[in-house]
Design a protein around this ligand. Sequence first.
Ligand SMILES: [Ca+2]
Length: 145
Amino acid sequence: MFIAGGAAATLGLVTVFVAPSAAQAAFSDCPADLFCLWTDPDGGGPGIWSKADRPDLRVQNMDDRTSSVANNSTTRGICLYPDLDFDGAWAAYVPARTWANITDSEADDQVTSVRWAPSEDPPACWVVSGSRKTRVAGSAQPFGR
Ligand SMILES: [Ca+2]
């Protein structure tokens, strides 16, 4: 579950992640130090993995298709966004060494850009600027269990 920051109520933030219930072997296929996206839950279906920020998932044919995610960095979180260039009405932070299914209808098949989190202390997907945006932080499942 994700815990939103102080201005969250104005952002339409949603509960993004629910722990997978099926076999999770595919999540462990995500290579070390990379993040991975898949079109189906539990690391299933076509997907990509990346070491670089991805401001436009159309390039990888993954726009609005992601239903599960893994972050196999040991040090950095990743951030998911519904719009191009790390923008949109919500963001989701996925901590290092975690995986998750995306089950909320506002987030499932909506991710359009992904980057390494711009801040880890505190975990943040947006740099706070006035009240328009805030950080979204929380925990997902430990990677590889
Ligand atoms: Ca989108």
